[in-house]
Design a binder for this molecule. Structure first.
Ligand SMILES: Cc1ncc(COP(=O)(O)O)c(C=O)c1O
Length: 371
């Protein structure tokens, strides 16, 4: 039986044609027509004035924090249930990530837990739209405004999601995306920041492009970075964006089929969906209650692996990882919802090439694994 990967890119549209076009034009670095074309199209999709291509999502986060002028000694509130890049980017600035528990109703940063973690050093908040579900941005934005903090949204996993009808990427001062190979929209490696404020856009473009003055060649008013995205990557992204409606439709159908097939299986829980949330169908996620299911999450994952079905455990909570645990312990952080989800959550195969028969095979394997 063929094995089923947890994720796979779909490059079956104009991807090859556009990449070949970029190659033949010899525009293979970060200038070339696909860059502007992608940045305009992606900004339009996000409903922001600008989108700026960046070499990957981690650097997009770093660029966003540099743009917000995050400094050594500052603190930023982040969830602990996220990919490590969210917190690493804070550390790149010499600042400290402070971890806030997630809400069981969204699996994203719990607005009610924010205020207790704010100190004199807190400068901003980075909510993460975990596994495609938008965080409660109005509640978070309200607390941020009350305390004079900025918000940067980590939408790396939430392309095309909506919060109260508004697209992700437009819900904070700066939005951050990843286009890594397993994402809904991909260029292999790639990322973007999205924003509305023209002054922030100028600063972000300056920082991304080595800090070179746009009007004076080889004059560098600040220390910048080379975080640019190539024309080749943007060629891929232009092709992907053209097919976004089809890619999303297939992924949504996969979610529905999993839900129907696994509904009512004792011990299997689904990702919650707030009434105001439109999910990005990135990776279908379940939780495994070991007592009810008869096997732990890891035992289920191991059984599925034996059957050639690849899965992904949820992120290990960051406050329990070596780069962060000492500081987290010193602050006395207790994050029970994060710990529970981190120990029980599992991502199932989700990509457009997955057939209905394969979805049924995964679901049947889960049902049969129950004890
Ligand atoms: C929540 C989150 N933030 C940031 C990133 C970093 O993106 P990249 O892998 O493109 O560097 C990821 C990665 O996939 C992510 O899931």
């Amino acid at each position: 039986m063929t094995s089923i990967p947890v994720a796979a890119p779909d490059l079956t549209g104009n991807e090859e044609r556009y990449v070949v076009e970029a190659l033949r034009s010899s525009w293979i670095s970060s200038t070339g027509p696909f860059v502007g074309r992608f940045e305009r199209a992606f900004a339009e999709q996000c409903g922001t004035r600008a989108a700026i291509g960046v070499a990957n999502g981690t650097l997009a986060l770093h660029l966003a924090l540099l743009t917000m002028d995050l400094r050594p000694g500052d603190e930023v509130l982040v969830p602990s249930l996220t990919y490590i890049a969210t917190a690493n980017a804070v550390r790149y600035c010499g600042a400290e990530p402070v971890f806030v528990d997630v809400d069981p109703a969204t699996w994203c940063m719990d607005p009610e837990r924010l205020e207790a973690s704010i100190t004199r050093r807190t400068k901003g908040i980075i909510p993460v739209h975990l596994y495609g579900h938008p965080a409660d941005m109005d509640a978070i934005g309200h607390i941020a405004a009350t305390h004079g903090l900025w918000v940067v949204e980590d939408a790396a996993e939430a392309h095309f999601a909506r919060y109260k009808g508004r697209p992700t990427g437009s819900l904070a001062r700066i939005g951050v995306f990843s286009f890594y190979g397993n994402k809904v929209l991909t260029s292999g490696e790639g990322g973007a920041v999205t924003l509305d404020d023209p002054a922030l856009e100028r600063r972000a473009r300056l920082l991304r492009g080595q800090g070179v003055d746009p009007d004076r060649r080889y004059f560098f008013p600040i220390t910048g970075y080379n975080y640019r995205l190539t024309n080749l990557c943007c060629a891929l992204l232009c092709a992907q964006l053209e097919r976004a409606p089809q890619l999303l439709a297939r992924r949504r159908a996969i979610y529905e089929r999993y839900r129907a097939a696994l509904a009512g299986v004792p011990g299997i829980g689904f990702q919650p969906q707030a009434s105001w949330a439109e999910l990005s169908p990135w990776l279908f996620s379940v939780t495994v209650d070991a007592a009810e299911f008869g096997r732990s999450r890891d035992e289920l994952a191991a059984r599925l692996a034996e059957l050639g079905i690849e899965t992904r455990p949820f992120f290990r909570p960051l406050h329990r990882l070596p780069p962060f645990w000492e500081e987290s312990r010193r602050r006395g952080e207790v994050l029970p919802v994060t710990d529970r989800l981190g120990a029980t959550g599992l991502n199932l195969p989700t990509h457009t090439q997955l057939t209905d028969a394969e979805i049924d095979r995964v679901a049947a394997a889960i049902v049969e694994a129950r004890r």
